[in-house]
Write a protein that binds this ligand. Structure first.
Ligand SMILES: [Zn+2]
Ligand SMILES: [Zn+2]
Length: 230
């Protein structure tokens, strides 16, 4: 049997938390990644090369800043900023070469701003987690039941899992799971829509101050979580 290192965390997350099962795993992996980049990675030349080149996105820069290691983060950003500065080239003709395309240069800077070593690490880990999730759904009846009972994945993780169903299971099995998960998402979103609609209506004077139910009140927070993860 193939090694499935994330099998246990997935089963645990399915048992303990509400909401998207992959979000609760990603949250833990994200916190481990922050600890790694502020600690062990500092002594690893490959990791330093990676952070020099990719840097960090906005939310992860903020998390690293709040991670309590000023010297560690300064060391990473010191060399990253030196590397990043190379993206700014002057728009002038040099020797035989034609003038650089400013749009291309601006795009290069934009790509460099958006790239992130933490996101890259998490993306590859989450793909492995999603593949294991599909494996568990296809092999273990109890797990599958629990997964579908629990309800939907968030938007981003639903898209990740759907993109892997056919690749992991192949043929009819892959298509069937793809359809089952899509149907689950649709049912969840229909309910979310109805609750959000009821919440909007509750603000109308014609609702005569009638208090919305807890579920209806929670729908805005749920919609935000569905879109923005965690
Ligand atoms: Zn999620
Ligand atoms: Zn990031």
């Amino acid at each position: 049997m193939k090694e499935h290192i994330y099998t246990i965390p997935i089963t645990d997350a399915l048992n303990e938390e509400c909401g998207c099962v992959l979000c609760s795993i990603e949250k833990k992996l994200e916190s481990e990644a922050i600890t790694y980049f502020l600690g062990a990675s500092l002594m690893e030349p490959d990791a330093r090369e990676d952070t020099n080149k990719n840097g960090f996105c906005r939310p992860h820069t903020k998390m690293l800043y709040e991670g309590g290691n000023s010297l560690g983060l300064s060391l990473i950003l010191e060399t990253h900023i030196k590397e990043f500065s190379k993206n700014f080239t002057l728009n002038e003709k040099t020797g035989l070469f034609k003038k650089p395309d400013t749009k291309e240069t601006a795009k290069k800077i934009d790509d460099a701003v958006k790239s992130c070593s933490v996101c890259n690490k998490l993306n590859s880990q989450m793909e492995a987690v999603a593949r294991n999730l599909i494996y568990l759904i296809s092999k273990e009846k109890d797990f599958k039941e629990k997964f579908f009972e629990k309800g939907a994945l968030c938007a981003e993780h639903a898209s990740l899992v759907l993109s892997l169903c056919e690749k992991e299971l192949g043929g009819k099995k892959g298509t069937d799971l793809y359809n089952e998960i899509s149907a689950m998402q649709r049912a969840y979103l229909e309910e979310l829509y109805n609750n959000l609609h009821a919440f909007v209506v509750s603000f109308d004077y014609r609702s005569n101050g009638e208090k919305p139910s807890e579920k209806v009140k929670a729908s805005l927070g749920e919609a935000v979580k569905y879109i923005s993860k965690y």
